[in-house]
Design a protein around this ligand. Structure first.
Ligand code: ADQ
Length: 454
């Protein structure tokens, strides 16, 4: 019998399921090195037989994947997780669409997942649950007699109390979150918003230990990937010396894409001298296409792209390339390295790993400039970026202009500061620090003293 500690990851999706974004890209490599189990939805929708667990192993990682019925998935994932929690946690109450039935579906799937996980568990397991799909998971596990230590990490922001109070059933959700032994957040703002809300609405409840764990990347590995010969040269040297601006996102209303296109249009309007010498490449594969707000966003963005091309483009120069096709990370890294500007302007974002990947990809000798939204968690760490308010097109356009004309010396100095942060808070440190704290929790409700940046 295996007596070694095993880390059990529980997340909405198992790593077998491929999609842009998400958790898998950050955790997977590390988990292959220690005994671990990853449990979650397989990505399969099946009318029947939803009690089957598919198991497969990759090195020391075992993946346990379950299917869901279309109805359960629709209520849990599209309905409550992405129709209520995702918009509200990103301060978009206007897009929140609550139904009692969806909420019950959300609870049912959490309960179903807890029941499916139970027979797979071992005594010495350390359970690490991820993200807003699984807020009530710990409570469901405890009801089933699962006693192993259980921590939770929220990848997205936690809303400020005046916004959070508008979420239907927020008190039940807070109570459920307090069933975890450790709650991890991306930034101190998120952690303190959660604690303030609990104090206000549930003063009698005992808070679990909370901590701040800004998720990182593997900067050396990304740098290696970025040095590979690019499959595409986006801006060849002889092509009129075009300076490239690159944005890479999941197509999501939190990422600020229409606002970004408007800022770029303003830059072109105010700086005709840039015509023929600059190009924005936006890569944005659609996501969550079953949720209505995403289809609307896609229409808006396509219309804005057409306006920019029609108004400013000519037979020789296209000011914008807008690509919906998905590319994997190894293909993207050399593209980041070619861009003079990395434009990352979410309206609200838990961390935003694209910002960190862009920095990691740069040539240290001739790096590009990161233009970053103040409202991305990454802004609390990457002080070498040009920080902007993504709602202010003038400010974003001015930051782009500044980035395009910044001296090499200043670009290098800013890059060095950010590279040091990436190395000091990388993905391995994130994982080991969280798990160390989870092992150590004694039931104290004090926040852990965790550094916010380097
Ligand atoms: P996401 O909202 O998906 O993740 P982000 O952090 O930007 O956002 O991206 C996660 C990963 O997906 C990155 O490795 C990135 O390269 C990849 N990705 C994004 N867009 C892509 C594209 N167009 N093509 C290919 N790959 C793409 C959530 C939270 C974030 C938080 C992460 C991790 O919303 O705030 O940073 O989890 O905690």
């Amino acid at each position: 019998m295996e007596m070694q500690e095993r880390v059990v990851i529980v997340a909405n999706r198992t790593p077998a399921a491929k999609s842009a974004g998400g958790l898998a890209s950050g955790l997977l490599d590390a988990l292959k090195r220690q005994p671990s189990l990853w449990f979650g939805w397989s990505g399969e929708l099946r009318e029947e037989d939803s009690n089957t667990v598919q198991l497969f192993s990759r090195n020391r990682l075992t993946v346990a994947a379950i299917p869901l019925t279309p109805d359960a998935h629709n209520r849990y994932y599209n309905g409550f997780a992405n129709g209520v929690l995702w918009p509200a946690f990103h301060h978009r109450l206007d897009l929140m669409c609550f139904s009692e039935d969806d909420y019950l579906g959300y609870l049912e799937v959490n309960q179903h997942m807890a029941a499916q996980l139970r027979p797979l568990l071992r005594e010495r397991d350390l359970i690490w649950v991820h993200d807003y799909h699984l807020l009530p998971f710990a409570g469901m596990c405890r009801q089933l007699g699962i006693t192993q230590r259980m921590g939770f990490f929220l990848h997205i922001p936690f809303p400020v109390p005046c916004v959070a109070q508008a979420i239907p059933r927020i008190d039940e959700l807070l109570d459920a979150m307090c069933d975890y032994d450790l709650l991890g957040f991306q930034t101190e703002d998120d952690r303190s918003a959660f604690v303030a809300l609990c104090r206000e609405r549930r003063p009698e409840i005992r808070l679990p230990t909370t901590g701040v764990y800004p998720i990182g990347v593997d900067p050396h590995e990304l740098q290696r990937e970025a040095e590979a010969a690019p499959l595409v040269e986006l801006w060849p040297e002889d092509d009129h010396h075009i300076q490239g601006i690159l944005s890479v996102d999941r197509l999501d209303y939190t990422k600020g894409l229409p606002e970004r296109f408007k800022a770029y249009a303003l830059l072109l309007e105010e700086h005709p001298e840039l015509h023929g010498h600059v190009q924005l490449v936006q890569i944005a594969p659609p996501s969550r296409t079953d949720v209505p707000a995403y289809a609307e966003l896609r229409r808006e963005l396509t219309a804005l792209a057409g306006q920019i091309l029609g108004r400013h483009g000519d037979l020789e120069w296209q000011p914008l390339r807008y690509v919906e096709r998905q590319h994997d990370r190894a293909m993207l890294m050399p593209l980041y390295r070619q861009a003079r500007v990395g434009l990352v302007t979410p309206l609200k974002d838990g961390m935003n790993l694209v910002a960190k990947e862009y920095v990691a990809a740069q040539d240290p000798d001739d790096p590009g400039v990161l233009v970053l939204s103040r409202f991305a968690g990454a802004a609390s760490q990457l002080d070498g970026a040009l920080l902007v308010n993504p709602h202010d097109p003038g400010e974003v356009a001015e930051a782009m202009r500044q980035a395009l004309s910044m001296s090499r010396e200043e670009r290098r100095a800013r890059y060095r500061r950010m590279w040091e942060v990436l190395c000091a808070s990388d993905i391995n440190g994130w994982r080991t620090r969280y798990l160390k704290d989870l092992r150590a929790v004694q039931g104290s409700s004090e926040p852990l003293a965790t550094p916010l940046s380097a």
